[in-house]
Unconditional design. Structure first.
Length: 504
């Protein structure tokens, strides 16, 4: 097995009744380390300064902002052209529906390719794989800007999607590498704010940029920004992959310098960890756990209806209903969604951590992952409410602002859901966080399908009923989340923790 290095010590790594490592038995240092509230740190940091859990706060934040910005660049790369699809369709001599394939191609590859990237980051490290992914993304952007025809453009967008999938695949893993359980609500919130807002910022500038400089600059701009992120990562993104295997830590002597964490490729590898064909199936294995599968489906539908649907439909809707051009369309969409997203995170990140802390104090200091889900109840109401407001306002032909209020309301709920769900799956199965992240990436990739049925359905039954239907579907998928709140702990105990990645 790929985890053979620590298998002989695995029996010593006991788990408590909630599926977390039993800290008292697994602690290699003599003293149990506590957080500022007097509760045990989970996981327990090692004695080594190069352990990411022991890094100084400034470096943790520097890496967090980088991986969050890389995740931002994924949707940004995919969506910046959206307000200019009419310009693109005229230049490429295709209709706007076909022109949108250039966007959906990147979204699809962005979701599916994570199945390849994540096993590589678990074996060869977060840093080298991320740098390679950034270079591929830049190549795709340059190729897109220089595309002489639509077929070439679709191919280069596929390359871009493949690249930014790798950039996005490390985010949740790095958050778990760097931060303790009691910090992950806030830090995961920072990450999800960037993920959610990538497309929102893209459409603000993309429309005006396309009008002023041509559609090609909707590809040059993300290429330039991604290149800057590459230069920053060269010097400010040390390797965060770190083995917590008992035998490895007991025998470890050398402490890496900062320079070594940047450039010593072999020294950053997990000892005796090799890539196996089975590693590419681990993500599918995680689907056996309700604590992963249920959040995956709720998040997938939330992202589909609240994020992707407005991104690919608003240009069509606002052009016909309000005669907007690409610049105002992008500005209207981006600003409303950014406001909702930021307000959602102000209501989610630290509050999620605080709820976990307060409930843990009442429960003998035991932090149950299900505590994260209570706050997500807000999302079950705000997302459908926002969708219904949008659909009704479009059908009633109100001014252009009321539908945007609906969009802002729904993305407020999406941000709360994203923060709570990402933190929850990480708390449940921390070593398998990369695989859980792949599923969430897949959910975003699957969201492209909404483009094939949303507007045709609205044309048939009306926007009010169509968007209300989407809201009802969204609310329905929250019901299993309620089941997790009640029985999630029991289900995790019955299934036990996954056996792979015991060293992380």
């Amino acid at each position: 097995m790929s985890d053979s290095y620590d298998s002989e010590k695995h029996d010593q790594v006991l788990h408590n009744e909630h599926g977390f490592p039993d800290i008292a038995k697994n602690d290699l240092d003599s003293e149990l380390k506590l957080d500022k509230h007097g509760l045990p740190l989970i996981p327990q940091p090692s004695r080594f300064k190069d352990d990411p859990l022991n890094w100084p706060a400034w470096l943790k934040w520097a890496v967090l902002i980088q991986v969050s910005f890389m995740a931002f660049l994924g949707p940004f790369n995919a969506a910046v052209i959206n307000p200019s699809l009419v310009l693109l369709s005229k230049a490429m001599h295709v209709d706007t529906t076909k022109a949108a394939f250039s966007t959906t191609t990147g979204i699809i590859l962005g979701g599916v390719a994570s199945f390849l990237w994540t096993p590589l980051t678990n074996v060869y490290g977060r840093r080298p794989i991320t740098l390679i992914a950034i270079v591929i993304t830049i190549m795709g952007d340059v190729g897109s800007a220089l595309s002489p025809n639509f077929a070439t453009l679709v191919g280069t967008r596929a390359l871009t999607g493949f690249g930014f999938s790798g950039m996005m695949s490390v985010g949740t893993a790095v958050v778990s590498d760097l931060f303790f359980l009691h910090e992950r609500g806030e830090k995961t919130g920072v990450y999800t704010v960037f993920v959610t807002n990538g497309a929102h910022f893209a459409v603000i500038g993309g429309g005006y940029l396309g009008q002023a400089a041509g559609w090609q600059w909707d590809y040059w701009l993300p290429g330039i920004i991604t290149s800057v992120s590459f230069l920053v990562a060269l010097f400010l993104f040390p390797e965060t992959l770190f083995s917590r295997g008992p035998k490895f830590l007991a025998e470890r002597q050398h402490e890496r310098t900062y320079w070594e964490m940047l450039w010593n490729f072999k020294g950053n590898l997990i000892p005796q960890r090799k890539l196996h064909a089975g590693d590419f199936l681990h993500t599918f294995y995680m689907l056996k756990y309700p604590s992963i599968t249920i959040p995956f489906w709720y998040y997938t539908w939330a992202w589909t209806f609240v994020n992707t649907l407005p991104a690919i439909s608003l240009a069509n809707i606002y052009t016909k209903a309000y005669h907007f051009k690409s610049g105002p369309i992008g500005l209207s969409l981006g600003v409303s969604l950014i406001i909702g997203c930021l307000l959602g995170e102000l209501s989610a990140g630290r509050l999620s951590d605080y709820i976990v802390y307060r409930l843990a104090k009442r429960n003998g200091g035991i932090r149950k992952p299900e505590y994260r889900l209570y706050l997500s109840t807000l999302s079950a109401f705000f997302m459908p409410a926002g969708m219904i407001i949008f659909g009704v306002c479009i059908q009633k032909k109100t001014g252009f602002i009321p539908p945007l209020v609906g969009l802002s309301t729904s993305v407020f709920g999406l941000q709360i859901a994203s923060t709570c769900l990402y933190a929850y799956v990480s708390d449940c199965y921390k070593p398998q966080t990369p695989e859980s992240g792949v599923l969430f990436n897949l959910g975003r990739g699957l969201s492209f399908t909404v483009g094939y049925y949303a507007l045709p359905y609205a044309d048939k039954v009306g926007f009010a009923w169509a968007w209300s239907t989407f809201g009802i579907i969204q609310f329905t998928f929250f019901i299993p989340i309620v089941a997790l709140m009640i029985w999630g702990e029991k289900w995790r105990q019955q299934l036990g923790p996954p056996s792979f990645h015991r060293y992380m």
